[in-house]
Design a protein around this ligand. Structure first.
Ligand code: GLU
Length: 154
C-alpha cells in the first residue's frame, strides 16, 4: 500500500519529505519519489526504484535551502514495472501528481485525450496527470473536480 506526504513551510522540504517517507516504509512499497518546488519556482523530480535509502542517496545532489515545499510518495506498483520512470510523482506540463490506487478506465482516457504519444511511464497514474494537464485552464480546483468526475476506480 502506498504512502503520500506533502509539506510546505519554513523548514527544508527534502528533509521533511524523506523523513516522512521513511516513516511510511512499514506500509510496504517498491519505489519512492519526491517533487520539490524550488526557490526559483522550477519543479524538481527525484524518483528511485527500491528503498527510500536509494532516494535519499539520490537527493544528496540537492543544495541546502533550495526548497520549502513538495510532495512525496512510496509506490506499490499495480500498473507498470518497478522502475525509476514508473515511480511517482508524475509530471505533465504544469501538473505534478502522486496517486494511490488503481484507475480502472485509464485505457479509455488515454484514447479519449489522445495521450498515446505523451506518456513516458507505463502507469495508470500518469494518465491522470496528463488528463489534468489537458483540463487545466487556470483554475486548479475546477480542473481537479473535472478530473475526479472522469476517473473510475475500485
Ligand atoms: N496504480 C499506481 C501505480 O501502479 C499507484 C500504485 C500505488 O498505489 O502505489 O503506479
Amino acid at each position: 500500500m502506498c504512502g503520500i506526504i506533502g509539506y510546505t513551510g519554513p523548514l527544508e522540504a527534502p528533509k521533511i519529505l524523506l523523513e516522512g517517507l521513511s516513516g511510511l516504509e512499514y506500509r510496504g512499497y517498491d519505489s519512492a519519489g519526491i517533487a520539490l518546488c524550488m526557490e526559483d519556482s522550477r519543479i524538481c523530480l527525484l524518483k528511485k526504484a527500491g528503498k527510500v535509502k536509494n532516494l535519499k542517496e539520490h537527493c544528496k545532489q540537492l543544495v541546502a535551502g533550495s526548497s520549502h515545499s513538495g510532495i512525496g510518495h512510496t509506490r506499490w506498483a499495480t500498473h507498470g514495472g518497478v522502475t525509476d520512470v514508473n515511480a511517482h510523482p508524475h509530471r505533465a506540463g504544469k501538473v505534478v501528481l502522486i496517486h494511490n490506487g488503481i484507475i480502472e478506465n485509464y485505457h479509455a482516457l488515454t484514447e479519449r485525450f489522445q495521450l498515446q504519444d505523451c506518456l513516458v511511464s507505463q502507469t495508470d497514474s500518469e494518465v491522470a496527470a496528463q488528463v489534468l494537464n489537458k483540463l487545466y485552464q487556470g483554475d486548479p480546483l475546477d480542473a481537479i473536480r473535472n478530473l475526479i468526475g472522469l476517473l473510475r476506480s475500485e
